[in-house]
Design a protein around this ligand. Structure first.
Ligand SMILES: [Zn+2]
Length: 348
């Protein structure tokens, strides 16, 4: 049973099982949820179910040549597009072809063709990186979807999509993985030792992608150190900058590798602030004013961190950027009594 590959998200499996049984699939789905929880795998398993020659309900056989071609992304009725590593957005050519082949190549053209089997499926893996031009080029396809076509967009949050896109998709939400599910996946697919697995699963934050990053000892050590510094960022400006700077340099001389590291650091920080925010909301605060003030400041930290990610992509000098960012975080977080301290999740 191919769905055994997937952990969690049973509600979504049932949703599509019913949809397919009642012949009620939408033409476009927007899968939203944190990265590394299985959205891409889900999209592939669903595609296999639509394309498989031996399918029963939502259960593709996983063995036939169609299933294998979907798996290797070589099936003539399936196209997967992703953001090229060197770009900061999905190029419009991916949707409507380059200037010489406008509307004769790209995903919109592909999806308009008659399928050789039952369905034509297009998967946009990095839909977070759709810019206005790319989104506009998709609109017509979303407004008048060709028969037998199915489009799946994968995104970390619906807020990252333009309203024009969002309103034309059926949204399917994917939650975080449970700690035990991350443990299972790490043990099964990564052959990691149980002690490391227990340590990482606590920090995995419901994302297998994050857990995989932390399998790297260098990253794990940095993560633990950085998290502690973020808790008292005000008093540790220089050590925080030094720690992050060193971590980025460890990636090697290549600037692309250093950029990747810096983005990883920003992700860790955003995660830290989000978790503080959640704790704050859960536990509340005796003073409502202070609670609101603190929420605003944490949200500003998250927003500022997302801006830094864009600036890293735009190749702004990384060490200057790092110093400015940490200074701004300190400003945002200083002068407020710390809320119930956010200690590292403990290993149970
Ligand atoms: Zn099959």
């Amino acid at each position: 049973m191919i769905w055994n590959e997937l952990l969690g998200h049973q509600g979504n499996v049932d949703f599509f099982r019913r949809g397919l049984a009642n012949n009620r699939l939408a033409s476009t789905y927007l899968f939203v949820g944190p990265s590394g929880v299985g959205k891409g795998l889900f999209a592939r398993l669903l595609t296999q179910a639509l394309i498989c020659e031996e399918v029963e309900g939502l259960n593709a056989c996983g063995q036939c040549s169609s299933c294998q071609q979907v798996h290797s992304e070589s099936h003539p009725d399936v196209q997967v597009i992703r953001k090229p590593a060197e770009k900061s957005f999905l190029p419009v050519e991916k949707f409507i072809g380059d200037r010489e082949h406008r509307m004769r190549e790209g995903l919109c053209h592909f999806i308009s063709l008659k399928p050789s089997g039952r369905y034509k499926v297009g998967i946009i893996e990095d839909a977070d990186y759709l810019n206005a031009e790319g989104a506009n080029s998709l609109l017509k396809t979303l407004e008048e979807p060709p028969a037998q076509a199915l489009l799946i967009l994968l995104s970390s949050s619906e807020q990252k999509q333009l309203p024009t896109i969002r309103s034309r998709c059926q949204i399917v939400r994917f939650g975080e993985l449970r700690k035990s599910e991350i443990e299972q996946l790490l043990l099964k697919y990564k052959k990691a030792d149980p002690q490391t697995v227990a340590r990482i699963a606590c920090y995995g934050n419901g994302s297998m992608a994050r857990a995989e990053q932390l399998l790297d000892e260098e990253v794990l050590e940095f993560y633990e150190e950085f998290w502690k510094l973020l808790e008292k960022v005000g008093g540790n400006r220089d050590s925080t900058i030094k720690l992050v700077g060193h971590f980025c340099e460890q990636a090697g001389k290549e600037s692309s590798r250093r950029r990747e590291r810096m983005i990883m650091v920003c992700d860790f920080a955003a995660e830290h602030f989000r978790m503080r925010l959640t704790r704050l909301v859960e536990r509340g605060h005796s003073s409502r004013e202070l609670l609101e003030e603190y929420q605003d400041r944490l949200l500003a930290c998250i927003e500022r961190t997302f801006e830094v990610i864009d600036q890293v992509h735009a190749n702004i000098n990384q060490s200057t950027l790092l110093e400015c960012w940490i200074d701004e975080l300190i400003l945002l977080l200083s002068g407020l009594p710390l809320p119930p301290s956010l200690v590292l999740p403990t290993i149970e």
